[in-house]
Design a protein around this ligand. Sequence first.
Ligand SMILES: Nc1ncnc2c1ncn2[C@@H]1O[C@H](COP(=O)(O)OP(=O)(O)OP(=O)(O)O)[C@@H](O)[C@H]1O
Ligand SMILES: N[C@@H](CCO)C(=O)O
Length: 354
Amino acid sequence: MAGTLKPFTIKVPCSSANIGPGFDVVGLALSIYLTLTVTFTTTDPDAEHNCTITYEGDGAGEVPLKPDHNLITRTALYVLKCHDIRDFPAGTHVHIHNDIPLGRGLGSSGAAVVAGVMLGNTVGQLGLSKDRMMDYTLMIERHPDNVTATMMGGFVGSYLRELDPKDTERKEIPLSEVLPEPAGGLDTGLRPPEPPTGIGHHIRFGWAKEIKAIAIIPDFEVATATARGVLPTEYSKKDLIFNLQRLAVLTTALTRSPPDPELIYQAMQDKVHQPYRKTLIPALPDILTSMTPNSHPGLLGICLSGAGPTILALATENFQSIADEILSRFAKEGVHCIWKVLEPVQDGAQVIEL
Ligand SMILES: Nc1ncnc2c1ncn2[C@@H]1O[C@H](COP(=O)(O)OP(=O)(O)OP(=O)(O)O)[C@@H](O)[C@H]1O
Ligand SMILES: N[C@@H](CCO)C(=O)O
């Protein structure tokens, strides 16, 4: 297999999920990237699964570099194993360059899973379509918003299909059986559970060219699992209708040029996840309620990016002054942040031959 493989790069954008009311439904691909450079010339006879990993960027020194521990290569091994391939091609070297901050609500884990599925597909020469690769990502990251935006690019809405009972069973297998710890299934020769076909479906919305995303990224992490753990298991009809009404308006409001700040600001309000996450993110209620398009011209709306703690402000101008205001509100709580103006990315994850 190795002889026929040429070196390649996998480039995967980050993503911001929810955009206010679209909890677990909408995602936006944005211009911070995870990049893998994959070559096949390493001669390390002891390399586990024939794969060596090097890493630079966010998470360096923290992210594991063993192929069956690292989320990217572990995901690739899952895809390969589903096709009866136990190892990478001989001499595989994966250099990871990651600019996506980990655990900040910019979809770092979704990007790692998408990159891993594409890595498995490419080194295994499996020829899976992007739609089929989505099924593999959804066996690992079980909400579709981040992974769909990252894989497909753009501003996307997605749903998970109601599966028949047999497929539901396959889909709801515990994550530990899909990506077993190294001592488990990956090394035992057992074939891991293959995903049902067509788990997720999506549609791309338009995006008005004037709208940029200001990401204000605090210097602490909130694990997505923790931020999901504070959410209730049931919602009132009133809160559900509140979000549905806004989401229906928002997906079209963000396509219109010139954008309507009043409409977008109101349509980005949420009662499903942000109110419950305020205990995890100092200054969140203050930031979400006190800045408006009237007080800050150019501002269209503000939300928590994914599970947080990053704040995403959609805006057409005055990026510095909008960011400064949010930075100062975090500073009052003793939180230091960096900020960036990000562009929506229309191309999703790509494999580029070198
Ligand atoms: N490039 C990477 N390489 C290996 N593991 C990664 C990489 N990026 C993320 N991860 C794993 O994913 C974890 C972060 O995932 P988590 O879902 O908590 O946050 P997030 O994806 O950044 O945020 P959100 O889902 O809210 O957008 C990291 O702690 C790490 O274990
Ligand atoms: N929709 C998800 C995105 C984070 O991965 C959440 O808010 O928990």
